[in-house]
Design a protein around this ligand. Sequence first.
Ligand SMILES: [Fe+2]
Length: 171
Amino acid sequence: MATASHPAARGILSDDRNDQREQVIEMLTKAYWMEIETVMSYIANSTNPDGILAQQVVASLQADIQEELTHAQQFATRIKELYGTVPGSLQFSAEQDYLQPPADHTDIVHVIRGVIEAESGAIDFYNRIIEATEESDPVTNDMVIAILADEEGHLRLFEGFLREYEAQGLA
Ligand SMILES: [Fe+2]
């Protein structure tokens, strides 16, 4: 890839930005896998829970699945635009131990805490991408800022859920 001749004279697509582009692709690839794993975790954790108390969390997670899937597609598209290759499934390795389904299907607090940890991790990493692309890649920068806004929204919603459970002595 580094040997390909790119016609862009300026910006992240230009030949003299090969190294920077590789760095951005590496970060986008990690972000892509984070989104894919989140989709898997949210499908499981929006399907398994039992009980009335779980229903609002279930509904929120079901809606978030579509957003996270869209994020994954956005990261994939940007990898391609930067002359990268979207990885195949064999390169996936799971990290979200905190979002494994609880043994007790009514343990919705476990799910809420897991979602908060996943969203916090995404927020932390996306802030790093934003910092890294501030000067070099305004398109990636802009895209990740918009995705970050979604993740911050999810985090705040689930922090609110947790607060309510704590107030009721359930967490
Ligand atoms: Fe996301």
